[in-house]
Design a protein. Structure first.
Length: 158
């Protein structure tokens, strides 16, 4: 038995979708906007994105808090990332997926983040804590907005 949870948040970033995806597509940038990550490293790169694997770390000086992920779906307006590690904090989850989607918006790009995960039965007591921490997603998206909007605008060469 598992408890399935679903969290969503969205934000408008005053940049085009190409700039947003360029930033999100770089694993090294995760630590710049995700408060729970101090560093991230690619472990397997794929030119199409799908199949790319990476780790995030909660502490910079060790492997403590390592979580492993794989990009399982990617398109011009979306990306879906799967949690692949099963130890550390990942042991709480049977499965976990993060989906990012973008849509045009009059002020730039609407970024939607969706998290779907299943808690293992023995960790059901964490559900209220995770539910109450859902505002953290919005905080991370605010950081994403700030960082992307502060990046220099690259104009296409003529």
């Amino acid at each position: 038995m598992f408890l399935n949870m679903h969290l969503e948040s969205e934000i408008v970033i005053r940049r085009g979708a190409a700039a947003v995806w360029s930033f999100l597509g770089s694993v090294e940038n995760i630590a710049r906007w995700d408060r729970g990550v101090v560093r991230a490293t690619n472990t397997k790169a794929s030119p199409t994105g799908v199949g790319t694997e990476f780790n995030t770390f909660a502490r910079g000086d060790s492997d403590w808090g390592r979580m492993s992920y794989r990009i399982v779906e990617s398109g011009p307006d979306h990306c879906r990332v799967e949690l692949t590690s099963r130890d550390g904090n990942a042991r709480f989850f049977r499965s976990g997926f993060w989906t990012f989607r973008t849509e045009p918006h009059p002020e730039g790009t609407l970024v939607k983040c969706r998290v779907d995960f299943s808690l293992r039965l023995r960790f059901l007591f964490l559900a209220p804590l995770l539910w109450s921490a859902r505002s953290g997603m919005g905080t991370d998206l605010e950081l994403l907005k700030r960082v992307v909007e502060s990046e220099p605008v690259v104009k296409p060469s003529e």
